[in-house]
Ligand binder design. Structure first.
Ligand code: TMP
Ligand code: ASP
Length: 235
């Protein structure tokens, strides 16, 4: 099925396939923080992120949100629709944490009075800067109409994931989505939805069950990812 490697990112590899409109995403165990300044191999992370992403993409599709997901092929490979990734990280925040706490002085753990959606320009050399709508227009990344669609889709994803996770005793603090354009001009959530791209806190203890365990040297990284998957599978 795999034809050629098209792109290798920090945590995934993208391959072309014999189908011109389909790609294979390979989930690596590699993990990085600070734009690759800190690196490690976390044994078993790739398969867990794939299983968790598979779960969330199916949940979104069942909720009427079309995504790039087609099917999981094996423990590290997912078949997806070919899209042109829009170079924006769309971040949705329910609770203050991470960069918004630093930037705006909001204490970590404080619920935001309304959900915040932010756009970051995906550019490693520039360290993925926060950008506003005028910046996005000036860079020619997306139109006003597309930005409205991205925000609306991101909030819809939040409205499906947040209550679902709460039933699993997980607080969805924030998460990052990437979107891509299909050849027919449809805009679909792509990339992955995993503990690498979301902040998940245990409902009772507020223990971190996501990549902050790696970013902040808290240990038990893969164990936390496995706990997220275990809870998702719980009836
Ligand atoms: P932040 O608080 O560091 O801006 O992160 C917000 C959310 O985005 C958090 O759930 C982690 C996720 N994220 C990524 O997926 N990739 C990144 O490169 C960064 C910085 C954050
Ligand atoms: N994307 C960051 C990196 O490039 C990692 C992160 O903080 O999620 O290393």
């Amino acid at each position: 099925m795999k034809v050629a490697q098209l792109y290798e990112g920090k945590a995934k590899i993208i391959y072309s396939t014999t189908q011109p409109d389909q790609l294979i995403v390979y989930y690596k165990d590699d993990t990085t923080a600070g734009d690759g300044a800190k690196k490690a191999q976390i044994q078993g992370k790739g398969p867990l992120n794939l299983k968790i992403s598979d779960y969330f993409f199916r949940l979104l599709e069942a909720g009427g949100v079309r995504t790039h997901f087609i099917e999981t092929l094996n423990e590290r490979e997912m078949l997806v629709k070919k899209v042109q990734i829009i170079p924006l990280e769309v971040v949705v925040r329910n609770i203050a944490a991470g960069s918004i706490s630093k930037r705006l002085g909001l204490p970590e753990g404080e619920r935001l009075p309304r959900t915040v959606v932010e756009f970051y320009y995906k550019n490693d050399e520039l360290h993925d800067p926060l950008v506003n709508r005028d910046h996005i227009l000036a860079l020619g990344i997306a139109t006003e109409e597309e930005m409205d669609k991205l925000k609306e889709a991101a909030l819809r994803v939040n409205s499906i994931l947040e209550p679902h996770l709460l039933e699993k005793d997980i607080i969805l603090v924030d998460f990052k989505l990437e979107f891509g354009r299909t050849q027919t001009g449809e805009i679909l959530p792509a990339d992955e939805i995993s503990p690498d791209s979301c902040r998940f806190w245990d409902k009772q203890s507020l223990q971190k069950l996501d990549k902050d365990r790696f970013r902040r040297d808290l240990g038990s990284v893969v164990e936390a990812y496995a706990e997220v998957y275990r809870r998702l599978c719980r009836q």
